[in-house]
Design a protein around this ligand. Structure first.
Ligand SMILES: Cc1cc2nc3c(=O)[nH]c(=O)nc-3n(C[C@H](O)[C@H](O)[C@H](O)COP(=O)(O)O)c2cc1C
Length: 205
C-alpha cells in the first residue's frame, strides 16, 4: 500500500498534459497496490499566497512562544509539511511556464522546504530530514529542453527535493507539445510509454 501525494499545478485543468500523464501514473500505482491512498492538491485552483516576511518570521519563533497571529501564520507551512511526511510517494505534475516551474508550485516548495523541519544546517552543509520518500516528476513543455542547459526545471526540483532528503527521483517528459500535432501526439505517446516503463519497475518493488 502506498500513500501518494499528487500535486498538480497546470492552468489547463482536464486538458493539462502533465496532470493527465501524472494521473495515469498514480492510477497505475493504485491498481498495482490496492488500498493505496491518494491525496490530491490542485495548486492552480487552490493557490497558496506567496511567502511573506511575517509568515517566514513565525517559523523562527519557538512554537510555544508564538502569539495567535504567528500560530496561524506558521500553521500553513506546518500543515503542508505534516501532509508531505504522512505520504511515502510524491508525484509532481510540472508544466513549464516561462522557462521555469509554475509560481504556484514554488509557493508550496517555499513552505515545505524549511530549515529545522525538512532539512537542517550542519557544519558540513544542509542535511535532509525527509526519509523514505519516492518522488516522480512529470514534465510537460511546449518546446524541447531535456538534457540541455535550458531545462531549469529538472535540476532545480531534484536539488530542492534532495535538500529535504528526497533523493530517489524519477522523471517523465512530454516535450514539444506546442510544435505541431504530430510532434505533440508522438510526445504524449512517448510519455505514456515512460509511465509504463516506470510502472513495470514499481511492480517489482
Ligand atoms: C503562461 C505559459 C508560459 C509558457 N512558457 C513556456 C516556456 O517557457 N517554454 C515552453 O516550452 N513552453 C511554455 N509554455 C507551454 C507549456 O509548457 C505547454 O502548454 C505545456 O503543455 C503545459 O503543461 P500542461 O499541459 O500540463 O498545462 C507556456 C505555457 C503557458 C500557458
Amino acid at each position: 500500500m502506498k500513500r501518494i501525494l499528487f500535486i498538480h499545478s497546470s492552468l489547463f485543468g482536464d486538458n493539462s498534459a502533465s496532470t493527465r500523464i501524472a494521473h495515469s501514473l498514480v492510477e497505475r500505482m493504485v491498481q498495482e497496490k490496492p488500498g493505496s491512498e491518494v491525496t490530491r492538491i490542485d495548486l492552480a485552483n487552490d493557490a497558496l499566497p506567496h511567502l511573506e516576511i511575517d509568515e517566514f518570521n513565525s517559523w523562527l519563533i519557538p512554537a510555544d512562544q508564538r502569539d495567535d497571529t504567528q500560530k496561524d501564520l506558521a500553521s500553513h507551512s506546518d500543515k503542508l509539511i505534516d501532509q508531505l511526511l504522512a505520504h511515502d510517494t510524491l508525484v509532481l505534475a510540472v508544466p513549464m511556464y516561462n522557462m521555469g516551474i509554475p509560481s504556484t508550485l514554488k509557493t508550496w516548495i517555499d513552505r515545505v522546504s524549511r530549515a529545522g523541519k525538512t532539512f537542517r544546517y550542519t557544519a558540513e552543509g544542509p542535511v535532509g530530514m525527509v526519509e523514505d520518500m519516492q518522488a516522480y516528476l512529470v514534465f510537460a513543455r511546449g518546446g524541447i529542453y531535456r538534457d540541455t542547459p535550458l531545462d531549469t526545471q529538472t535540476g532545480y526540483l531534484t536539488s530542492v527535493l534532495g535538500l529535504m532528503g528526497i533523493t530517489s527521483v524519477k522523471t517523465i517528459f512530454a516535450e514539444g507539445l506546442n510544435m505541431g500535432d504530430e510532434t505533440r501526439e508522438q510526445s504524449l505517446n512517448n510519455a505514456m510509454a515512460e509511465v509504463s516503463k516506470l510502472f513495470a519497475g514499481i511492480r517489482e518493488l
